[in-house]
Structures are given as C-alpha cells and as structure tokens.
Design a protein around this ligand. Structure first.
Ligand code: GP9
Ligand code: MN
Length: 619
C-alpha cells in the first residue's frame, strides 16, 4: 500500500474510533469493532491504488470531507437524541431542523479534532508524493492488490457483523438499537447496512393510493365512529383525572387469577382487578417492533408497520397521539422507561408523539439491577418521585423492564416464589419474573394510594405482548393442563390483560368484549371525557362497541364469537374451540383485511394530518 493511501486509511479509521469513543468510552477496545471499522475503511478506499496519485489525491480529500461530515452530523444528532442518524430519519426533513436550532450548543470545541487534518492534507500529500515518486508498479499487480484490499475489507467487516449477530441475531431486521450496532461494527458499517435496508424496503411496493382510496379510508373511519352511541357509557367518568398507564413487559393473560403450589402468581393484579374494569379478551397486536409496537398501538390506535418497526421506519410521520390530545386538554405528559433512550428509537419517537418529557435510563439512579437493567421496584419508586413534582392533571406512561425475555434474571432482589416442578425451567423463570413484576406493581399502587394519587387518577395496566414464544408452547400446554397447544389454543393464549381502575373503584367488573391494543386510546379518551371525533383511530371504544374484534397483525382475527385463522382458511367457535364454517365470516374477513390495509396506507403515506382535516370537516 502506498504511503498516501495508508495515511488516509489511518486518518479515517482514527476519526471513526474517536467518534466511537465519544459515544461510548468503554467499548473502543473491542477487537470486532476495530476490525469491522478498519474493514469498512478498506472497502471505501480499495480502488485508490488503481489511480495515479494526481487523480486519487483530490478524491481522498472529498472522501475525507464526506466521512468527516457524516461523523459530525451523527455526533450532533447523538448529543440531541442519544441516537445516530439513519436513512428513514434523513428522508424526513424536520429532523434536520430540530437539531439545527441547537447546533451551536451541541458542537464542542473538542470536535475540531475531526477537521484538524483537512488544512494539512495537501501539504502531507505533497511530501508523501515526493517520497514515493520513483516506485512504479505494473497495472496488473495493482489490480490484484486492490482486489485483495477489498476482500480483506469485506472479511474484516463481515467478522464484526458475525460477532454481533451471535448475540443479537435479529438486530438488523428491525434495527431496534442503532447505537448498539455502531458500538459493535462502527459508524460506516452501520450506515452501509442502514442504507441497504432502507432502499430494500422502499422498493418493496408501497400500497397504491388514489383519491378514491383516501375517501374510502375516511368513510371507514366515519362508519366506525357512527357505531358509537351518541351519549357513550362512562363518558367523562374520569374527567380531569391523571392518567397513569403501566405497560408491563411480557405479561400474558394466562397468569391472572392462577396459582402455583398454593400461591397466587399475580396477587396484586388480582387484587387490582377486584376494583377495576377488567378486559379478559384483549389481544396483543404487536409485530416486528415488540414493545415499541405495543406503545404505538396504545398511543395512536394504529397497527404497527407490516415490515420492521414503525418507531424505526416512520419516526417523523404525523401522529395524533394520546399524549398530543391530552396536552390539548392541559395535561402534562411524560413517558418513563429505564433503558437506553435510543433503543427502539424512542428518544426521537417520543418527541414525535408529543410527550413533554422522556425519563430514561440516564435519569434513574441504577441502585438495583436485574435482567436488562433497573429493577421494576426501583423504577416505580423513582418514577413516583418524578410524578409527585408534576402539576395535575398529568399523563404518566410507565414501561417496565424486569420481566423481559429470557427471564433468567439475577433474583437477588426478588422475594422467593416456589414454582414447584417448573423450577429452573423456562416457564418457571417466567412465572418468577412475572411474580416479581406483580409485586413491584403492588408496591407502586399502595404508594399511589397512600399519597392520595390513586383516587385522583385513572390507572390502566396492560401487558405489552406474549411472554412465552412459540417454541416453548409445550410448557404452556402442560401448565394450563391442555392436551395439545393447537392453533386454537395458541391464538387464545395471545391475550394480555387490560385493567382500568376508575377512581373509587367504580364500575368494576370483567368484560369479555374482544379487543386489542388498538382499542386502548379510544376507550381511555371516552373515560377521560375527551372528544376524539377528529382523530383518525382504527380502534374502537371497548365500553361502547356493540361488538368487539381484534385483528392480529398477520391477519388472524378474533370476534366475540369466533376465531379465524385467515390464511389457513379455518375458523373456530371462540368459546368451545369447535370448527366453524369459515365462509360464514366473509364480512368479518373483509373488515379485518381492510383495517390492516388502511392502517398501512395511513402510515406509509403519512396521512394522519389530511385525515384529521377530513374528519373535522365531515358532516
Ligand atoms: C427495552 C424493552 C425491550 O427497552 O422495551 O423491548 P422488546 O425486546 O420487548 O421489544
Ligand atoms: Mn416487550
């Protein structure tokens, strides 16, 4: 390698490593990271040996400038959003303006290190050029050298990617933690994969959208609203109260009211249910975005994206969110989750969703750790202190963490819970962490009560998505005493509990209407007495709908009476599990398909603003 090429290689690699050091001081010694970053630089400059020095020199300057620009842009973005830039973000101009306004405060004097080489480059190159002048290498040999550099570059980058995929096999599917990718394979590798994914999705045929289709969506939304009675039941029963929503990680319905070895698994949830509206036929409708999809469903009443995660792919769309609507009513809105703020692109998305505040891992004292991070008990304790400072009414959205897969947590902070024959099995571990999450929740609710907050609030608790993956279904069948976990049983187990406690425990009782995450927002807005007629929501108010229906993201649906496995062409009686003629469900099938399609159109064409206008002016 000629000296000038080697110099450019070193310069760019150093800049990349300094960048990594700035976003994560501890991780820069990692061999896969260094190898991968070096590999990407080699891929970037492999061609250089084929060109005469006079030609490649200006190209080097351009290349260095481009990489420097990318690094600085990412660095400023990181300081603002705790995240790195990505194609879906860049495609939406407002992100640039949000960072632009604070650019001066985001730029640190130490960042000058990234541009320090630029004025020196011509000088250095001239010297290196003189030193190298006499050596002439045949063209064929140079081609061979360049190809070898390319192959080594690909090999080194591939090694970094391989090491990352060993521990995070799905990370490139939904890009749930961009910073983590950068920490493991470097900035250029990340941007390369990100751009590839972006164009791959982009060409994946967005649904065709005509003016007629838009009108069809409006009609659909209007029809949905007209199903509601003119004076809906319980409208405004929680008017002016705080809204406290707890999204519990991996909490499934089957644990509710159930005991093992003579102990209730969720004694606190069971107690809460006694004084609450309890929806026991409520389904998870999440897809590739996991927890973030559950958040999305509850906060905007739209389905998650068909591919990848909405939080990652459409973070700068317009959304008419629960937080946005409650802000208009004078609420303070805050979301709390003790994990890295960039995970699931939350720091960007929560701004988009209109939350006034995001309290993340960076704001909590890490005094008790288990599983993925701060324990739920400490999370609730500290969150309550934040909440106490808010002016009322407020909307506090709390997302728990301890009961996260794979449930083999350090149990130091757990009280003992005997799972009998399931001890140390996957299911036993799940039951233990859920028991812990329940205990943490119980402490929190007691504290809310003691401080008088409970009676000034509407409290909602629900599970985000399944906890037992399909490959562990036998455990579940055994635990539930089922002969076989067939499709019917499996679909039924996709329920998560939804509990809504009204002040003074009013209107308590179990409700069996079929529903899902999509229905959370309309139900809550009715309870809070907030007009939602202009909001394009795909869900329905579960307290006022004549019939319930939950459409799962891949198309299966559940009505109050039937369960339909659409793609398999099979239907069951929801109660008994006996087969039901699927051709009798044509209307429901059509409704389910349209719902999913409209949701995708709204998301992919960013239609919320336009639809809101339509609904506002609709007769
Ligand atoms: C971490 C937590 C995990 O922030 O929300 O999300 P999941 O893996 O369940 O999607
Ligand atoms: Mn989750």
């Amino acid at each position: 390698m000629s000296a000038d090429i080697f110099l450019v290689f070193l310069l760019i690699l150093s800049k990349l490593m300094i960048f990594n050091g700035m976003i994560d001081r501890t991780g820069i010694g990692s061999i896969p990271l260094i190898a991968s970053a070096a590999g990407t630089v080699l891929i970037l400059i492999f061609w250089a040996g084929l060109l005469p020095k006079k030609v490649r020199f200006p190209l080097f300057i351009i290349l260095d400038c481009v990489v420097t620009f990318i690094i600085i842009a990412d660095l400023l973005f990181f300081r603002y959003f705790s995240d790195v830039l990505s194609m879906p973000l860049l495609a939406q101009a407002s992100v640039v303006s949000s960072v632009k306004s604070s650019i001066v405060s985001l730029f640190h004097a130490s960042d000058l290190i990234f541009i320090a080489d630029l004025p020196l480059l011509p000088f250095i190159s001239a010297r290196v050029g003189r030193f190298n002048k006499k050596r002439k290498v045949r063209f064929g040999k140079r081609i061979l050298c360049s190809l070898s550099v390319l192959v080594i570059g690909i090999g080194l980058s591939g090694y970094g990617v391989y090491e990352l995929l060993k521990t995070q096999p799905h990370i490139f599917k939904s890009f749930y933690d961009r910073v983590y990718i950068v920490q493991n394979i470097g900035l250029l590798g990340f941007h390369g994969i990100d751009a590839y994914q972006y164009f791959k999705y982009k060409d994946k045929g967005a649904l065709p959208l005509s003016e007629d289709k838009k009108k069809e969506i409006v009609e659909f939304l209007k029809d949905k609203k007209s199903e509601q009675p003119s004076s809906p039941w319980l409208f405004g029963i929680g008017k002016g109260k705080n809204l406290i929503v707890i999204q519990v990680e991996a909490l499934q319905e089957f644990v509710i009211g159930r005991s093992i070895e003579g102990q209730e698994i969720t004694p606190n949830l069971n107690k809460l249910i006694k004084n609450s509206l309890y929806f026991d036929n409520y389904y998870t409708q999440t897809a590739g975005g996991g927890t973030s999809d559950a958040e999305l469903l509850s906060n905007v009443s739209m389905y998650p994206a068909r591919d990848g995660a909405t939080y990652i792919r459409f973070p700068l769309n317009d959304y008419y969110s629960l937080a946005g609507r409650l802000s208009e009513e004078g609420y303070w809105t805050s979301v709390m989750h003790a994990y890295r703020p960039g995970f699931w692109n939350r720091s960007v998305m929560y701004k988009t969703l209109g939350f006034d505040e995001f309290i993340s891992k960076n704001d909590y004292i890490p005094d008790e750790i288990s599983g993925m991070g701060l324990t739920d008990k400490s999370f609730f304790r500290q969150s309550l202190e934040f909440m106490e400072k808010y002016n009322e009414p407020y909307y506090a959205f709390l997302i728990t963490l301890t009961s996260h897969f794979p449930y083999d947590n350090d149990k130091k902070h757990f009280s003992s819970f005997n799972t009998g024959k399931y001890k140390d099995t996957f299911l036993g571990n799940y039951l233990e962490v859920i028991h812990y999450a329940d205990e943490a929740l119980g402490e929190f609710i007691d504290e809310l009560e003691k401080r008088g907050i409970l009676e000034r609030s509407v409290l909602a608790v629900y599970g985000d998505h399944f906890g037992i993956p399909r490959d562990k279904k036998e455990y579940l069948a055994d635990f539930l005493g089922l002969k076989e976990m067939d499709d019917y049983n499996w679909v039924k187990q996709q329920r998560v509990p939804l509990i809504i406690r009204l002040p003074e425990g009013k209107y308590k009782g179990t409700r069996h209407t079929a529903g899902g995450g999509l229905d959370f927002m309309p139900t809550i807005l009715n309870i809070l007495g907030v007009d939602s007629s202009n909001i394009p929501m795909l869900g329905r108010d579960l307290l006022n709908s004549p019939e319930g229906m939950a459409v799962l993201r891949h198309g299966y649906f559940i009505t109050d009476k039937y369960i339909c496995l659409t793609s398999k062409g099979i239907a069951y009686d929801a109660e008994t599990g006996s087969k039901y003629p699927v051709e009798k469900l044509e209307n429901e099938k059509d409704m389910a398909a349209r719902q999913l399609q409209y949701s995708d159109m709204i998301t992919e064409y960013n239609l919320v603003k336009e639809l809101t206008e339509y609904l506002k002016n609709a007769p």
